[in-house]
Design a protein around this ligand. Structure first.
Ligand code: ADP
Ligand code: GLC
Length: 483
């Protein structure tokens, strides 16, 4: 089958979070099964763009409203990521350093989506599936179904994967001109609560919708930033498929970001060498357990309660552990976490910013990884940490619920708590300190975690079955009656 993934991120081209990791891996594993999976994404000004060679495969011209623009599709020459990678270049709109965060993001991603459809519309053949990811590409199913210019594409099956329903890309109806002329009877397929909502439109118009874990799908029917009723109504076409991790990139035995590699047999020595590097660099005490947090410093991740949870832990449990934080996000959370440095006694540090290499060293060198998420559609950090023998300390929600079993349960291996609340987090930290003091138990848990299978193998198969179902269930075309 030929599958076209359309996404705002794809590692290692451009990544702001887990969406990048998933779109950088899933197509590769689909190709390994003998399918043809391709990725189309915006051409940002990234190192990857500068350091690789490209062919121009198409030049087109289209518009959003009165604004006409040229777009160019370029393709990476060597297929080095394990799939065909296409970038959409729109002068002045997409060619910027960051993926998101500009005042005109709505226009940027509208122009991107229109260009992708416009390009596919001139292909000599049709792909078997267009698989879109999150709200930045959520309008594509509508454009294909209801925009006059692209009517000949309307029977291409579309799949929407929701990585995060907190962000929906909603815009006022005054922006409806951003879409190519469309059948106005279908306005309801764009609308959610009085606004054009690209994520809601994707849910309504895509042939199938997936979320990145089963528990997240269940939770969204109760709480999904205003989309609860829609998930309830559309539940027949929704399913949860857990993300995998790219085991070629995330392997402590070969990780190209690490100097000290280790396997399940050598985890104790391997980890302690990476831990020493972290402790030397960040003035931490190697004899105490090292608890880390890696991620976006936003409410969803529970980052706003980290400063209080850390200072409460020092106060109530004592200075029995180290904390090291890597992340960026809300300025006030960054400031509070930085302010805590003044109270450190060789047991706390923070790196504000994005640093891929440091994140790998932290997964390798830490003893515990904290994830007090309020919302976690899947979460990749906990799976990376387990592969690197680092015990995840997670709130029981979404994908964390589906991947981590508390070590108090049979064959368990993590620390699981119910609420993203200071008390629950500090109690988890207390349990971590206690567990760390039992070397035998720690070794047993590390071994167990490192042998768990979080590869893409089973999930890739589930996606393929979902696509195959679409082929068979194509809506019948009305035929004239026999004479
Ligand atoms: P989300 O996509 O919601 O941010 P995930 O757990 O799915 O959460 O994925 C986060 C990804 O981003 C992981 O690969 C994690 O290591 C990485 N990451 C997050 N913040 C940083 C950071 N500040 N520096 C380096 N990597 C980061
Ligand atoms: C989102 C979610 C995260 C998930 C990632 C990849 O950003 O917040 O939980 O792992 O997408 O699907």
């Amino acid at each position: 089958m030929e599958i076209i993934h359309v996404s705002a991120e794809c590692y290692p081209v451009a990544k702001a979070g887990g969406l990048g990791d998933v779109v950088g891996a899933l197509p590769k594993y689909q190709n390994e099964l003998g399918h043809i999976a391709k990725v189309v994404m915006p051409m940002y000004k990234t190192k990857f763009l500068m350091n690789n060679a490209w062919d121009v495969v198409h030049k087109g011209r289209t518009n959003i409203g009165d604004y006409w623009f040229d777009y160019t599709i370029i393709k990476e020459q060597t297929n080095k990521l394990g799939f065909d990678l296409y970038l959409v270049d729109i002068n002045g709109l997409l060619d910027r350093e960051k993926v998101y965060g500009y005042d005109d993001d709505t226009e940027r991603f509208a122009a991107f989506q229109v260009s992708v459809v416009d390009w596919i519309s001139v292909w000599a053949h049709k792909p078997d599936v267009i698989h879109v990811h999150d709200h930045h590409t959520g309008l594509i199913p509508f454009i294909i179904k209801h925009c006059y210019k692209y009517q000949h594409l309307h029977d291409i099956p579309t799949v929407l994967t929701i990585h995060n329903a907190q962000y929906q890309g909603a815009m006022g109806w005054d922006k409806s001109y951003l879409l190519p002329p469309w059948d106005s009877w279908k306005w309801g397929m764009l609308d959610w609560k009085g606004a054009i909502n690209p994520l809601a439109s994707g849910i309504k118009c895509a042939w199938k919708v997936t979320t990145v874990s089963k528990s997240y799908l269940e939770e969204m029917r109760q709480s999904s930033n205003g989309l609860e009723d829609l998930f309830e109504y559309e539940r027949g076409k929704c399913s949860g498929i857990l993300n995998g991790i790219d085991v070629d990139v995330w392997d402590p035995a070969t990780d190209s970001y690490l100097e000290d590699h280790f396997s399940v047999e050598t985890v104790a020595e391997g980890k302690s060498r990476s831990k020493k590097k972290l402790c030397d660099t960040f003035s931490l005490d190697i004899h105490k357990p090292l608890i880390v947090f890696i991620g976006r410093l936003v409410g969803e991740k529970g980052a706003d309660i980290l400063p209080a949870a850390i200072s409460d832990s020092f106060y109530y449990i004592g200075r029995k552990m180290n904390f090291l934080i890597l992340g960026s996000g809300f300025p006030e959370v960054e400031a509070q976490l930085s302010a805590l440095q003044r109270l450190a006694q060789n047991d706390y540090n923070v790196y504000v910013g994005y640093n891929e290499a440091l994140s790998h060293l932290m997964y390798a060198g830490a003893d515990f990884l904290l994830m007090p998420s309020r919302v976690e559609p899947c979460g990749l950090n906990q799976m990376y940490s387990m592969r690197y023998g680092t015990v995840p300390m997670v709130r029981r929600t979404g994908g964390l619920r589906d991947t981590v079993v508390d070590y108090g349960e049979e064959n368990g291996y993590g620390i699981v708590y119910n609420w993203a609340a200071i008390g629950d987090i500090t109690q988890g930290i207390w349990r971590a300190v206690d567990l760390y003091s039992d070397e035998e138990k720690m070794a047993e848990i590390r071994g167990r975690m490192m042998q768990l299978d979080f590869s893409w193998q089973s999930s890739v198969q589930q996606y393929i079955s979902l696509y195959q179902d679409l082929q068979y269930k194509e809506e019948p075309v009305a035929k004239s009656l026999p004479e």
